[in-house]
Every structure is written in C-alpha cells, then in structure tokens.
Design a protein around this ligand. Structure first.
Ligand SMILES: Nc1nc(=O)c2c([nH]1)NC[C@@H]1CN(c3ccc(C(=O)N[C@@H](CCC(=O)O)C(=O)O)cc3)CN21
Ligand SMILES: CC(C)C(=O)C(=O)O
Ligand SMILES: [Mg+2]
Length: 273
C-alpha cells in the first residue's frame, strides 16, 4: 500500500465525523501500549527531546534522534500508523526535506510532519511519494515563546490562509497547536483533510497530546492537557520502595534467588577444601 492510501482512512474518518485520537510515542513499550489501546495515530514528535532526552529545547533534536525513536516505535507497533516529525532545520530546501523524509520513512514512518507554511516543501515531499502532515499555530521549533497564536483577527486570518495554502500544496493532515477554538473550527470546516488539535479546542477532527503529560510523567500542568495517570509519582514510589528493600535486605528474598543443584553442592564445597 502506498503512503497516501494508508492516510486515506483518516480523511474517511473526517467525512464520517469520527474523532481521531493521536498520541505521541517515543519507544517500543509505549508504542505497544498505545497500539493495544487502539490509538489511531502514533506521533514520534520532536517533543521527545525535551520530554525524554533531557534537552533544553526542540532546537537540540537531530534527524538521528528522530530516526532512532521512530525505529523503536515501529518495532513496538508494527501495524500502527506512525507519523514522525522532521526536526528543526532539516527541511530548509525541497532537496533537503526529501532526503531527510526518506530517513524517517526508512525508519518506519508512514507520514512526515513539519512546522510552518512551506508549500514548496510539501510539493517536493508529495512529489517524492511521501504523505505529509502540516503543523500550524504554535511552532515549538520556531517560536521560543510558548503562547497562544491567532488571538488577533489579523493573525487568525493568516492562519486560515496558511492552512488553505498547505492543503492546496498537498498535505494529508494538519496539526493545529495552541490556537483559539473559533479559529480551529473555521480551519476544520474549510479543509477537506483532517485537522488534529492540541490546545485548539473541541472542533478539530482529532486530538493529540504528549503521552508524558497524559501519563503524569512530566510535572507540567498545561491548560490544554488532561492527566489520566500519575506515572511520575508511581515511578518514584517504586524506586523508593526498592531502595528501602535493598537497604533493609528485604530484597532479594529466597524466591528471587537461584539455589545450586542439591547433589552438586557437597561436591562443590569439597572441591574448595
Ligand atoms: N510535555 C509537553 N507537552 C506538550 O503539550 C508539548 C511539549 N511537551 N513540547 C512541544 C509542544 C510545546 N507545547 C506547549 C508548550 C507550552 C505551553 C504553555 O506554556 N501553555 C500555557 C498557556 C499559554 C498561553 O496562555 O498562551 C499554559 O498555562 O498551559 C503550551 C504548549 C505543546 N507541546
Ligand atoms: C505537540 C505535537 C503536535 C508535536 O509536534 C510533538 O509532540 O513534537
Ligand atoms: Mg513536534
């Protein structure tokens, strides 16, 4: 199946009014769990850098990082639909974008995503056979200040124009990040391709969240997020209990140890005498 055929399923979901659930995934066990939970789309976001690799910003994420994590996600979820982010400064020219998209596709991505209104980049990628997801509104790779975009009428109008430009260029999907609900609703109505929102309100065709926020693995308490677990607390409590058990010699117990063959033990001890 070609990359475009696989993505057609999501356009069909939009037509039917079936919401699309996307989550970021960064490694094999995460991907396995999300696939088992029937997450529609796994996003290997460049947010892997700040959330999993300890980087200070999205600027530090490399193509090698993205390929490494895309391979892990693909190994964990062989049949899932996987989108991978082209990291910062890897799609400056059409030629560069195509070469770098190939690296992500070979690592297992079904679709590639990049930030900003760059129709010439979309055309080159689509021409080379890649399915492309756009990303407008807050562009973490390009905007140091993480705040709502399209709050002013002029900026909101530009966002709608940019979305239409990207659709005309050939994107198969569009992520809308941190924009007012009313703007996301207009963009969603005017595009045939599905919109996926994060902090973009209720009217988009799908939603995406960063898995670490959903898990309560990160400390952040973003307004756009809904926390479904407290994995960070669970992880610290488990590590703390383990340390306590080792220090108190409660662990390992006999059940965790491996005894020698009963008949061999006397012979072993005698051999040492
Ligand atoms: N852990 C994590 N979660 C995310 O949602 C996320 C990432 N990382 N990394 C990439 C981008 C960056 N995102 C961000 C980053 C900061 C805010 C933020 O500061 N939100 C404020 C409101 C901002 C405003 O009102 O303008 C908040 O209080 O929630 C939002 C989205 C979303 N993405
Ligand atoms: C926030 C989503 C859309 C993203 O681009 C990422 O996780 O990198
Ligand atoms: Mg990203």
């Amino acid at each position: 199946m070609s990359m475009a055929d696989k993505a057609a399923r999501f356009a069909e979901m939009k037509r039917r009014g079936e919401p699309i659930a996307m989550l970021t995934a960064y490694d094999a066990p995460m991907a396995r769990a999300e696939a088992a939970a029937r997450v529609d789309i796994l996003l290997v976001g460049d947010s892997v850098g700040t959330n999993m690799l300890g980087y200070a910003s999205e600027q530090e994420v490399t193509l090698a990082d993205m390929a490494h994590h895309t391979r892990a996600v693909r190994r964990g979820a062989p049949d899932a639909f996987v989108i991978s982010d082209l990291p910062v400064a890897t799609y400056e020219t059409p030629t560069e974008a195509v070469a770098n998209a190939r690296v992500l596709a070979e690592a297992g991505a079904d679709m590639v995503k990049f930030e900003g209104c760059r129709p010439a980049i979309v055309e080159a990628l689509v021409g080379a056979g890649f399915a492309v997801c756009g990303h407008l509104g807050l562009e973490p790779q390009h905007h140091a200040e993480k705040r709502l975009k399209g709050k002013q009428a002029g900026e909101a109008h530009q966002l709608v124009e940019a979305a239409l430009t990207m659709e005309k260029a050939g994107i198969a999907m569009l992520v809308l990040e941190l924009i007012p609900e009313e703007v996301a609703e207009i963009v969603t109505q005017r595009l045939k391709v599905p919109t996926i929102g994060i902090g973009a309100g209720r009217a988009t065709d799908g939603q995406v969240l960063v898995i670490c926020d959903v898990l309560g693995y990160t400390k952040a308490a973003f307004r756009h997020n809904k926390r479904y677990a407290e994995v960070g607390e669970t992880m610290e409590a488990a590590a703390r209990a383990y340390v306590g058990d080792v220090h108190s010699k409660a662990f390992p117990a006999a059940a965790n140890a491996f005894p020698m063959n009963k008949e061999q033990l006397p012979e072993f001890l005698a051999s040492l005498a």
